[in-house]
Design a binder for this molecule. Structure first.
Ligand code: URA
Length: 279
């Protein structure tokens, strides 16, 4: 999405000597005063022209390099305001905001934003990566082949998606050709998942695959280092396992996933959760 800039933001960019999008770049030879806002220039004392400028003294200590934030300051402020708004939304308003979201380029290529699936009153939250083609077409999470496998996993644990479980993704929109989510997409979309978790208040979260795990825990640790451990999102235990789509390609790892799911049942029970028999 291309940002539109106010005149104030453009002046700020010029002060930083950053090219203003949509304007020719400021030439290096232009005097710095040329970029100053009119107010600042008016505050200068009148010049006694044409006195030649005295050479500037060479600093005896090297000047500190200015630190440049990775996002422009007004973007960071806007981001914070957006997160504050999302963090105050009720479930229906959150779903409505997601359904029309255009805050990253995926909004332009999706068919449907996918808010989630299952029972928001369920005590279990499963978190995946992003909708695939079938989810994008139907607007519901995990309804393709990976979803069928997930349902089988839930059944084996004695759970049902419409009764015990809510399923959400890190990204609400499908990345074209099912490519991996990009950092800025995750950054824009994660506040929706945070709000979903705050409203659901699940007793346990099962993170499916690398993007769910790293997004929830805000780490870049490889999945294999975290699988088999119990982590926490706030005070909610997070059990980590492989993504069902990975399992479709690597069925040999089903045994490991079953170990993880048994661990999840155990953690849930230790936290006081009641469970039907696993099948
Ligand atoms: N994979 C995911 O991570 N989520 C879905 O909803 C479908 C496939």
């Amino acid at each position: 999405m291309s940002p539109s800039f106010t005149e104030e933001q453009r002046r700020f960019l010029r002060l930083l000597e950053v090219p203003v999008p949509g304007r020719p770049a400021v030439r290096e030879s232009a005097p710095p005063q040329a970029a100053l806002p009119k107010v600042a220039a008016a505050a200068q004392p009148p010049r006694q022209d044409p006195a030649p400028a005295a050479p500037l003294p060479t600093p005896t200590v090297p000047l500190a390099q200015p630190t440049v934030p990775d996002a422009p300051l007004w973007d960071m402020a806007a981001q914070e305001r957006r997160e504050t708004v999302i963090a105050g939304l009720a479930w229906a308003d959150l779903a409505a905001m997601v359904s029309v979201c255009q805050d990253c380029p995926l909004g332009a290529t999706r068919q449907h934003a996918v808010f989630g699936a299952g029972n928001p009153q369920g005590r279990w939250l499963f978190v995946g990566e992003a909708p695939g083609a079938e989810e994008d077409r139907r607007g519901e999470a995990f309804v393709g082949r990976a979803g069928q496998l997930l349902d089988a996993m839930l059944k084996a644990m004695g759970l049902e998606r419409g009764r015990d479980v809510y399923i959400a993704n890190v990204l609400k929109c499908r990345p074209p050709n099912n490519r991996d989510p990009l950092g800025p997409e995750v950054r824009e979309c994660l506040p929706y998942l945070h709000r979903q978790i705050a409203l659901i208040r699940p007793q346990i979260i099962v993170a499916l695959g690398r993007f769910a795990t790293q997004g929830l825990l805000q780490v870049d640790t490889p999945l294999n280092k975290l699988r088999g451990t119990v982590q926490h999102y706030g005070d909610i235990p997070v059990v980590i396992t492989y993504h069902p789509a990975y399992l479709l390609r690597n069925p040999i790892d089903k045994r490991r996933v079953w170990e993880d799911l048994k661990k999840a049942r155990q953690v849930f029970q230790e936290a006081g959760g009641a469970l039907p028999e696993a099948r």
